[in-house]
Design a protein around this ligand. Sequence first.
Ligand code: SF4
Length: 342
Amino acid sequence: MNVVGLLPSELEDLAVELGASRYRGRQLATWIYRKGEVDLAAMSDLPKDFRARLAERAAVEVPEPERVTASQDGSRKLVFRLGDASRISSVLMPDDDRLTLCVSTQVGCGFECRFCLTGVMGFARNLSASEIVGQVLAANRLLEGGQRVTHIVFMGMGEPLANYAALVQALRILTDAKLGLGYSPRRITVSTVGLVPGIEKLGRENLKVNLAISLHAGSDEVRSQLMPVNRSWNVETLIAAVRKYPLAPRQRVFFEYVLLDAVNDSPEDARRLVRLLRGVRAKVNLIPFNDWEGAPFRRPALPRILAFQSILLDAGLTTTVRWSKGEDIGAACGQLREPVSA
Ligand code: SF4
């Protein structure tokens, strides 16, 4: 058993099972999650016999990056080889005083969005809470000079809401202000292709994390072509669920919209998006498509991208164009793909 990925309260239970007090469990949580320490020998304020009993029962393990590739724009892709030899990646993206980590929740992905390279590799398995939290701990360990990941986005490999239990467990550890990693929920964003029951459930967890919707089209006709998931929950059902997602004052729902030449980038598409999001506290991120070999799409020309953005801005929608980071290292959105085994 790996204790990384257990809730602080579960670490307290474990301490009791090992014949110690709950306090020892809290100390253990502090070492792992707050200090990022995984070496039992270094946990100096824990009694030696407790550490020995713990070592017999469990391991304290954080995945080691097998490879770290730096991009010219400053982002870094971390590739992890997991216990079963499968590979996942996380991407560290610096931006002014922010340092955002994009984490994966599954090995591969089964949703087959047509513009996404990860979708091409198919679904292999869900990640455990330990493997999700482990990506953040590993990234923080890699950083030097007291630096720490400041924001976390669940936009890496896989669909977070399709791995619901592990996602929520990881979110609880990441946001636990006392004994977890202590991230403000406002600095965490969960991105989904639109699994409506998952969105509703997440809203009820009271986690207060940001929600991002991979929308990519405002009509069912185009969206179903791009994203087969739209046949299960169409645009109308999706937006109705989003309208009910609880938001704190000033919090918004993010909408991701990858711009594909002559597919979803016309002025009429922009106006449809405006109508769809009327009354939603929304922020739209336009992502000009990142080409990959064999892709059936192309990036629109710059004037078309800017014209699309103008229509949204004129309608009062906060809209940014996100020029993806890490394109040259295969780390941009929809490009995360690793060979499943060595
Ligand atoms: S965009 Fe996300 S959900 Fe769609 S195939 Fe890619 S990883 Fe899966």
